[in-house]
Write a protein that binds this ligand. Structure first.
Ligand code: 3H9
Length: 699
């Protein structure tokens, strides 16, 4: 689709009678990169100068209207003209303009539509101002023009939530002027241009509309964002920009620019945009591409929390599941959990009752492993014991059809040993889900030594179907996430032994951006899990150079306090909200006395620095030895599986903000107290010496 005259590589224009047509064609999503900006300005200018048209209709080729500014240009030297200038010229066009929206009109895309004199949306299309999700605010007039065509209240809703709203809703609120049946954008552009000429589709310029002030909506939204998301400065900046919409347009646009630049220069913008591209980059690898095997029916072994969550996730994606348990009681419990999960989705408004019924009808519970004979993929989610897993995989080898993929949901066991129990190790891989599996978006896809390429690619295809973020990991104890956690988790214990209180550690890390500090997380997950792991490791024999991290936690567990589920752990939960457990304080004092430790003062910054440095150290080793393909893979594991603050981009993106030199210096300093724990990874030393960053290894 293109018009006769090109004004740039991405924009062309032409005429149909008295309607001038501007076509934007900049795959994949028609982002307003420099070619679009230059081309659009030139096309509007040429059409006005040629003076042959009575209306200009702008439409896009491909799957969507403009999806926003080109995010790849952010953080680089700006290329003129800016989108703001382009849109001011567009709005100033003497010939009335109309935009035709199909797919999604987002950010700078919807701002382009707002700068035209009328907006037409095809049924089913969406629009929005999702800039806040990237750490910025709408910066090309969105905060000024939307309150004018609609209202301050609706602009706050759209721009602060960043949601993609249906054009039908926009029509009700004045944000879209006409809804049409879906069709060829060019044909619709011609028809709408003719309506503009006939006067049946009214046009208006936003500099001639006043926005009605709504101080109550402004102050309520400001209070809400500061309470809910105190870390994200751009939300408040967005509200303040919208507040300025009651000024004359030029003044309001200048205010918007100031607020936009504050956000653009913030580290949050860089972190959130890293997260946007990272989410896509993890599956943009050769291993995720190529031939895949069918995924029409899945078998899940184990009806515990994990198995039920995995089953729920598959059912929600429309994949029939055969759920296997050894005893009726366990099977009933699994079915009850899955039903509860689906009912929860209905009550939260995520799915309709009919869809819930249809999903449940796709569940076939069974006590016979033989019933897995015809499934395409089996996911084993039983107790973490190698012997049990080996036994199951031996049986699956004889039961499952040729070509079926056999996956283990193990969180740390050796997938190669499991694969060796079959005569088809090429069909075996790890699919490590995170609890609750129907909610958490991370899926570690663990490649065994003999996993076939099409089996691995099918793991990524499954992640996509389940709307999860699949990340490739190699075999090692704990893969990417749990291996790193196994290391930095000890820092929390060491800090508490050496002088900090559990709540100080939690508060410091919550202020850094984690939704919950590690001791609250421990209480929530159950302290018995860590206790059992430590006992197992003790039995296996610990490295004599390693400082034991479990003294306090062991004693807490030995009192029968496992956290929330027993009403007590590091905190007490009698009234619901966590209150520090005074008996833990006593345990800590006793352990310190027993070990001859004189408690030190740690500032909150010390706590964050040590915790993050330990995380970065192990994350570096995971990249160094190839367990993770690139730093960005580690970052996405932490964002989608471990509650790492998204606005910080992930541990290794954050590491780049500190720099390798400083990190090495810190590790060497800490190593004076504990040289075994604080070993400096060779890769980090090399980066410090040659001045490179983790980002250099990403793309
Ligand atoms: C903005 O507009 C600022 C202005 O207010 C002010 C300026 C002064 N830029 O997601 P997909 C790529 S901020 C560059 O897989 P889908 C994406 O990386 C922007 N590239 O497809 C991927 O590349 P690859 C506000 C972009 O169908 C490919 O396109 N807008 C951009 O699942 C396909 O993307 C937004 O925040 C972009 N803006 O979803 C919208 N967008 O194939 C962001 C996408 O190499 N975009 N790419 O991996 C989206 O939400 C989704 O991409 C969309 C399509 C819903 C459009």
């Amino acid at each position: 689709m293109a018009e006769a005259n090109s004004t740039s590589d991405a924009v062309s224009y032409g005429y149909e009678g008295e309607v001038a047509l501007i076509c934007i064609d900049n795959p994949p999503v028609n982002a307003t990169g420099i070619a679009v900006r230059e081309g659009l300005v030139a096309a509007v200018k040429a059409i006005n100068e040629e003076a042959k048209a009575k209306a200009i209709a702008i439409y896009c080729a491909g799957r969507t209207f403009i999806a926003g500014a080109d995010i790849r240009e952010f953080g680089k030297p700006p290329k003129m003209p800016s989108l703001t200038e382009v849109l001011n010229d567009l709005e100033a066009s003497a010939i009335p303009t109309v935009s035709i929206i199909h797919g999604t009109a987002l950010g700078g895309g919807y701002e382009t539509a707002l700068a035209t004199h009328a907006r037409v949306g095809m049924k089913g299309a969406k629009f929005g101002l999702p800039e806040v999700l990237l750490g910025i605010i709408p910066g090309a007039g969105g905060t000024q023009r939307l309150p004018r065509v609609s209202s301050v209240g609706f602009a706050l809703d759209i721009a602060v939530s960043g949601r993609h709203a249906p054009v039908e809703e926009g029509f009700e609120k004045g944000a879209i002027d006409r809804i049409v049946e879906p069709g060829d954008p060019r044909e619709i552009a011609i028809a709408m241009g003719q309506e503009v000429i006939a006067g049946t589709l009214p046009t208006r310029r936003t500099d001639q509309i006043e926005a009605k002030a709504d101080p109550e909506a402004i102050s309520n939204t400001l209070a809400m964002v500061q309470k809910k998301n105190p870390h994200l400065i751009n939300l408040a900046e967005c509200v303040k920009a919208i507040e300025a919409a009651t000024l004359p347009l030029a003044e309001g646009l200048a205010k918007e620019r100031e607020h936009f630049m504050t956000c653009m220069n913030s580290p949050q913008r860089s972190g959130l945009i890293h997260a946007f591209f990272g989410e896509r980059a993890v599956s943009n690898i050769p291993e995720a591409k190529g031939d895949t095997r069918p995924l029409d029916k899945i078998g899940v072994i184990g009806g515990g929390t994990m198995g039920s969550g995995i089953t729920t996730s598959c059912l929600l994606a429309g994949i029939p599941v055969r759920l296997i348990e050894v005893q009726q009681e366990g099977l009933d419990r699994g079915v009850a959990t899955i039903t509860k999960n689906l009912d929860g989705a209905v009550s939260r408004g995520k799915m309709s009752q009919d869809k819930r019924d249809a999903a449940l009808a796709m569940l076939e519970p069974s006590l016979a492993m033989e019933d897995l004979a015809d499934v395409d993929l089996v996911i084993e989610a039983v107790f973490e014991k190698m012997e049990i897993k080996k036994d199951i995989f031996g049986k699956l080898d004889t039961i499952c059809k040729p070509g079926a993929i056999l996956a283990s949901n193990t969180s740390y066991l050796d997938v190669n040993q499991i694969a060796e129990m079959t005569n088809r190790p090429q069909d075996v891989l790890g699919l490590h889900f995170f609890s609750p599996a129907h909610v958490m978006r991370l899926l570690e896809i663990v490649q065994g030594a003999k996993t076939a390429p099409d089996a691995l690619a099918t793991g990524f295809a499954l992640a996509k179907k389940l709307k999860k973020v699949g990340v490739l990991a190699q075999v090692c104890d704990g893969f990417i996430g749990n291996r790193i956690l196994g290391h930095y988790g000890k820092t929390n214990a060491y800090l508490v032994l050496d002088g900090a209180s559990p709540q100080q550690v939690d508060t410091a890390l919550e202020a850094f951006g984690f939704a919950m500090g590690p001791n609250k997380v421990g209480d929530l997950a159950g302290l018995d899990i860590g206790y059992m792991t430590r006992q197992r490791k003790k039995e296996e024999g610990m490295d004599p150079n390693e400082r034991y991290a479990g003294d306090v936690a062991d004693k807490i567990c030995e009192n029968g306090w496992y956290g929330r589920k027993t009403g007590k752990g590091y905190y007490m939960y009698e009234t619901g909200a966590p209150v520090p457990n005074p008996e833990v304080e006593k345990i800590i004092d006793d352990v310190r006395a027993e070990k001859g430790i004189t408690p030190k003062d740690f500032s909150d910054q010390d706590i964050v620095d040590r915790y993050m440095t330990a995380m970065i150290a192990e994350a570096t080793r995971v990249v160094e030895d190839g367990t993770a393909k690139r730093p960005v893979d580690v970052d996405m594991v932490f964002l989608f599986g471990y509650g790492f603050p998204r606005f910080r981009g992930g541990p290794l993106h954050y590491a780049d903000t500190i720099g390798a030199k400083e990190l090495v210096a810190r590790m060497e300093e800490y190593a004076k107290e504990d040289p075994h724990y604080w070993q400096v990874p060779e890769l980090l030393r090399k980066m410090a010496a040659d001045g490179t960053t983790f980002a250099d290894m990403n793309w």
